[in-house]
Ligand binder design. Structure first.
Ligand code: NAD
Ligand code: MG
Length: 339
């Protein structure tokens, strides 16, 4: 049985007398830092000197220090840097300043689970992972509610790490919604599998394959774009609001019947075998080793794949057709790592 915690299960007092550092001021960083400050906590932000976020964080009322200064000052250090940079920053600017009894915190388990970061045994290690992007964590908190969080404890020399994780969750609003207890292994492996097989990898390939099938059969790319990419949002919003049933309730009976009788020919036994293999590569560390090496090499494959995506016909026609849709923000930066 999974444990779920709410407001009454968490006590902010365990954090109130501690200096807290949030390293990074991106999607998650700004939300954690601002919510904790508004919850009355003694929080500072740790950034690289010269970081463009420095003045932004200060203008939003936060104390800012360098990463090393913040790590030295704080007793709880939340690492909200891009996952692929965490090991280096940890070794250079965090590890030298860790004292027995300090707590190191993460919002995703990759670096701990795959042994990229090994904290000293007298340091607590915990995770607080909101199940939503940072701008939502901030906005919903300001509205008086919260985004559900996962928490996990990896090392607990002080014996109260779970209480600290619950308090941090409360400070960012998570216990208003509900906090689910997990462990670093399950969070990391399900997160990677989900983004690879379903959310990012699976959905993008489904869109491209559908688009190419129609275009190769001689249909106009404009129609293929609307049917295979654009309308995906309407469907996903229905899943989000009310699951598979709400999607089926909202589409026509023709679409519902066609989907239910044909979908499993697309995601068939072969697709399911591929999913199992992808999960295995996540579990046995094959994917992690590949991604760590890709970063060490300067992301050569990543750059090639980004270029291939950029030049795919569905992207070309999409850029044209989105100009016809005034309600779609033109300058929207993609929110990173929503998965
Ligand atoms: P982000 O890319 O939005 O922000 C990263 C921040 O780190 C930026 O302020 C950047 O300037 C700073 N930074 C980058 N390199 C640095 C360095 N070498 N030294 C110091 N600062 C540096 O990242 P994010 O999406 O907020 O992700 C942070 C963590 O939260 C990750 O572990 C991620 O897996 C996790 N997470 C993200 C989401 C999400 O929706 N974005 C959700 C749950 C968990
Ligand atoms: Mg995720």
């Amino acid at each position: 049985m999974i444990n779920v915690y709410y407001e009454a299960d968490a006590d902010l007092a365990v954090l109130r007398n501690k200096p807290l550092a949030v390293l990074g001021y991106g999607s998650q960083g700004h939300a954690h830092a601002l919510n904790l400050k508004d919850s009355g906590m003694n929080v500072c932000v740790g950034l690289r000197s010269g970081s463009p976020s420095w003045t932004k964080a200060e203008s939003e009322g936060l104390a800012v220090k360098t990463v090393a200064e913040a790590a030295e000052w704080a007793e709880v250090i939340m690492v909200l840097l891009p996952d692929q940079h965490q090991k280096k920053v940890y070794e250079q600017d965090i590890a030298p300043h860790l004292k027995p009894g300090d707590t190191l915190a993460f919002a995703h388990g990759f670096n701990i689970h795959y042994d990229q970061i090994a904290a000293p045994h007298d340091v607590n290690v915990m995770m607080i992972a909101p199940k939503g992007p940072g701008h939502l964590v901030r906005r919903v908190y300001q509205e008086g509610q919260g985004v559900p969080c996962l928490i996990a404890v990896h090392q607990d020399p002080s014996g109260d790490t779970k209480a600290l994780a619950l308090a941090w969750s409360k400070g960012i609003g998570g216990t208003r919604a509900g906090v689910i207890e997990t462990n670093f292994k399950d969070e990391t492996e399900t997160d990677l599998f989900g983004e690879q097989a379903v959310l990012c990898g699976g959905s993008a390939e489904l869109i491209k394959a559908g688009f190419e099938t129609l275009v190769e059969a001689g249909y106009p790319p404009e129609l293929a774009f609307f049917e295979c990419l654009h309308e995906m949002k309407l469907i996903v919003d229905l899943y989000y609001e009310g699951g598979l049933a709400r999607m089926n309730d909202s589409v026509s009976d023709t679409a519902e019947y066609g989907g239910m009788t044909r979908g499993s020919r697309i995601i068939n036994q072969e697709s399911r075998r591929a999913m199992k293999q992808i999960l295995k590569e996540v579990q046995d560390g094959t994917f992690a080793r590949e991604w760590i090496k890709e970063n060490a090499d300067g992301q050569p494959l990543m750059n090639r794949l980004r270029e291939a995506t950029r030049t795919h016909p569905v992207e070309q026609i999409g850029a044209q057709l989105r100009k016809m849709m005034s309600w779609i923000a033109k300058d929207k930066k993609p929110a990173k790592q929503v998965a």
